[in-house]
Ligand binder design. Structure first.
Ligand code: 5GP
Ligand code: MG
Ligand code: MG
Length: 179
């Protein structure tokens, strides 16, 4: 698995530091409230698990799975709900936890949906951000790392369902895509 990685972009240690930092900021934002923290599966599962440990307020978690990519490395723009939330968001302070924002298409659909369900507030935290890939005008409220327009894997992020368990984030060797 490690052999398929061309270059480590962000180390395990740097990720750890950043996640703690984001958690501290979010603790300040949500002090005195009880946010509903939503993990967007599957890519955000590791980030979510690490992040909530650093958020120092009472909170609830839920999971949602959407699909916009199929097996490709670019967003199709069509967002399908694979798994919906278990709890209503009406009146809740919602924090969406994303792994990475590229085109922004997935997230803009999600935000619209949560607003239609009358969330009290909707904030977005993403660990990685590729602003150069944007197709819609959208920004995360909190972003960990700004990264270049390359397809990355690891720390929850997959290529064809592989590499999610790498503890760092890296770029795959080009020959992996051409298999
Ligand atoms: P968007 O709709 O913003 O283009 O992309 C949304 C989702 O596509 C992300 O939450 C993530 O799951 C996936 N994605 C976007 N860029 C990358 C990438 O570089 N690597 C991987 N593995 N997934 C990505
Ligand atoms: Mg995602
Ligand atoms: Mg994926």
């Amino acid at each position: 698995m490690q052999n398929d990685i061309l270059e480590i972009l962000i180390s395990e240690e740097d990720i750890k530091k950043k996640v703690t930092e984001l958690g501290e900021k979010l603790s300040a934002e949500y002090v005195g409230r009880n946010p509903l923290v939503i993990c967007v599966l599957k890519g955000a599962f590791i980030f979510m698990a690490d992040l909530v440990k650093s958020i120092n307020v009472p909170l609830e978690i839920d999971f949602m799975a959407v699909s916009s990519y199929g097996a490709s490395t670019k967003s199709s723009g069509v967002v399908k709900i694979i798994k919906d939330l278990d709890v209503p968001v009406e009146g809740r302070d919602v924090l969406i936890v994303e792994d990475i924002i590229d085109s922004g298409l997935t997230l803009s659909h999600l935000i619209e949906m949560l607003n239609n369900r009358n969330a009290k507030s909707t904030r977005v935290v993403t660990l990685f951000d590729k602003p150069s890939g944007r197709k819609v005008d959208l920004q995360a409220d909190y972003a960990g790392f700004i990264i270049p327009d390359a397809f990355v894997v690891g720390y929850g992020l997959d290529y064809s369902e592989k590499y999610r368990n790498l503890p760092y984030v890296g770029v795959l060797k080009p020959e992996i895509y051409s298999h």
